[in-house]
Design a protein around this ligand. Structure first.
Ligand SMILES: NC(=O)C1=CN([C@@H]2O[C@H](COP(=O)(O)OP(=O)(O)OC[C@H]3O[C@@H](n4cnc5c(N)ncnc54)[C@H](OP(=O)(O)O)[C@@H]3O)[C@@H](O)[C@H]2O)C=CC1
Ligand SMILES: O=C(O)CCC(=O)C(=O)O
Length: 478
């Protein structure tokens, strides 16, 4: 059995215990045993990142750019192998896994270039003879707490800007997907970045993540995951005035108007709701459909779902892989039961499926005739379960779309420029999609939401500088 250690201060260290990484498509496939840090080992990693900060933060930006570019180049060169590892441990299909590896490589290359473009500002002073300049400086040690659903891309879009802007990093991947996190760390360890600047600390969230929250040497925490854990991170960070950003849930609406192209709408809905097994915070879990197109939409969605093959993530013919683990599967199945009890009509799927291998396979569940006040329409399920909600007209659809405590992504399918333009302006979400799925985003533009979905500065693109740097205003009297 392969064993994988933590990377702390440039050394590979065994943990206090190990975590077996299982393939959700085939539970007999153990990917490896991964180190689990305890609180003491986590403190050693934080101390190393803290000690490495002074030199790294004022070091050559060319060296930072070269290292990040090298990491991106290697990820891109190995995208098929890394994508296959990701699919094996998380369960998204091979094309999805390779696509995510490509995205991760591109993110490192984007931030390699950003390291050379750290911007400031120079303004005339209101006082004669005074010089005023505004500069951006790194925060210090950044604690990165990542979820399991994007094990390469999300760590990439947190680690790359943290390093580009001169911070040092302690990174905790989710327990369910240590393989991808370890692979990134191994590539970083050969990139020329000095010991201690980047540290991989695999282990439980309640142990490792908690140390990041509690330790005053961790200046900023970047978190993606559930609303409950996000709240916990926020309270701990506020208690000691640490900077933090949270990316949490979604209950993303996809509005389909009577004038929509039916094929475009159904494809966007099925892909947005069910691909990547619906395990995306941007998933289109509420399909809000105007009454004039409603019966045709349901029929066409049912027909498209009948052609979708759920199976082993690494098999060529698979469109949708397994659910990530037993507890997520239990959660998904419990919401299918809740939807039925609430009176929504299950028009497709919703049952556990057997395949040749022992995995967590589930037929995507499509509910029709749902209401926006049902639990299946309000709570994030994070699996292949979507609800179709009828709407009387555009205004009603918009009102339903915004009637949620979340605000990550919001979509509309229409051929009307008037409605598309109005929706872009009035959707209460951080991201708006027209005639395309609510999930699936570019890597070089801001990512994040409003209301209960996100807190703090946006991630990705040049906007990432907002979180990973702090602004200084300097005055010089001539
Ligand atoms: N918006 C999104 O992108 C995501 C949303 N989710 C939502 O969260 C639900 C549960 O998923 P789950 O993975 O359990 O999400 P969590 O919020 O529990 O996990 C996210 C990350 O936080 C860590 N963590 C857990 N507890 C603590 C803690 N006390 N202090 C610091 N860090 C902690 C986890 O570590 P570890 O898991 O290693 O213990 C993981 O790395 C899903 O069903 C879904 O609804 C989940 C993933 C992504
Ligand atoms: O939809 C995407 O491409 C990104 C989704 C995401 O980041 C998430 O689910 O956490």
């Amino acid at each position: 059995m392969s064993q994988f250690a933590n990377l702390i201060n440039g050394e590979w260290l065994q943990g206090a215990s190990v975590n077996k990484n299982l393939n959700p498509s085939d539970l007999s496939d153990v990917i490896g045993e991964y180190a689990q840090a305890d609180a003491a080992q986590t403190e050693i990693a934080i101390a190393a990142a803290h000690a490495a900060f002074p030199a790294w933060s004022v070091g050559s930006i060319q060296a930072r750019a070269d290292a990040l570019d090298k990491i991106g180049t290697e990820i891109l060169a190995r995208r098929e192998e890394l994508g296959a590892l990701l699919s094996r441990e998380e369960g998204k299909t091979l094309p999805e896994g390779i696509g995510e590896a490509t995205r991760a490589g591109n993110i490192f290359k984007f931030f390699a270039a950003e390291a050379l473009r750290i911007r400031g500002d120079k303004l005339a002073s209101v006082r004669p003879g005074m010089d005023v300049e505004i500069t951006r400086e790194p925060l210090g040690v950044i604690g990165i707490i990542a979820p399991w659903n994007f094990p390469l891309a999300i760590p990439a879009w947190k680690i790359a800007p943290a390093l580009a802007y001169g911070n040092t990093v302690v990174f905790k991947p989710a327990e369910l997907v240590p393989g991808s996190g370890w692979a990134i760390a191994e590539i970083i360890s050969r990139s020329g970045i000095p010991a201690g600047v980047f540290n991989l600390v695999m282990g439980r969230g309640s142990v490792v993540g908690q140390r990041f929250i509690d330790d005053r040497r961790v200046a900023g925490i970047s978190f993606t995951g559930s609303v409950a854990t996000g709240n916990h991170v926020a309270q701990g960070a506020i208690a000691r005035m640490a900077k933090f950003q949270l990316e949490m849930g979604g209950k993303n609406p996809m509005v389909v108007l009577n004038d929509a192209d039916l094929d475009v709408a159904v494809t966007a809905a099925v892909q947005g709701a069910f691909f990547s097994t619906g395990q995306r915070c941007t998933a289109s879990s509420r399909l809000i459909v105007e009454k004039g197109i409603y019966p045709r939409f349901i029929e066409a969605a049912r027909e498209q779902l009948a052609k979708v093959r759920v199976g082993h993530a690494l098999q060529k013919e698979t469109h949708i892989g397994p659910v990530v683990d037993q507890s997520q599967l239990d959660q998904d199945m419990s919401y299918v039961a809740i939807g039925r009890d609430e009176g929504a009509k299950l028009v497709s799927g919703g049952e556990r499926i057997s395949r040749e291998t022992d995995g967590f396979f589930m037929a995507p569940a499509l509910f029709a005739d749902a209401h926006n006040d049902m639990r299946i329409s309000r709570e994030e399920i994070f699996g292949p379960v979507a609800a179709v909600i009828p709407a009387d007209n555009y205004e009603h659809a918009l009102q339903l779309a915004n009637d949620t405590e979340f605000g990550l992504s919001s979509g509309i399918c229409t051929t009307s420029l008037k409605y598309a333009t109005h929706f872009k302006r009035h959707a209460q979400a951080g991201m708006v999609m027209v005639n395309t799925a609510t999930a699936g985003v570019d890597y070089h533009v801001p990512f994040g939401g409003r209301k209960g979905s996100s807190y703090g500065a946006r991630e990705q693109g040049t906007y990432a500088a907002e979180f990973y740097t702090t602004v200084k205003t300097s005055y010089t009297q001539a």
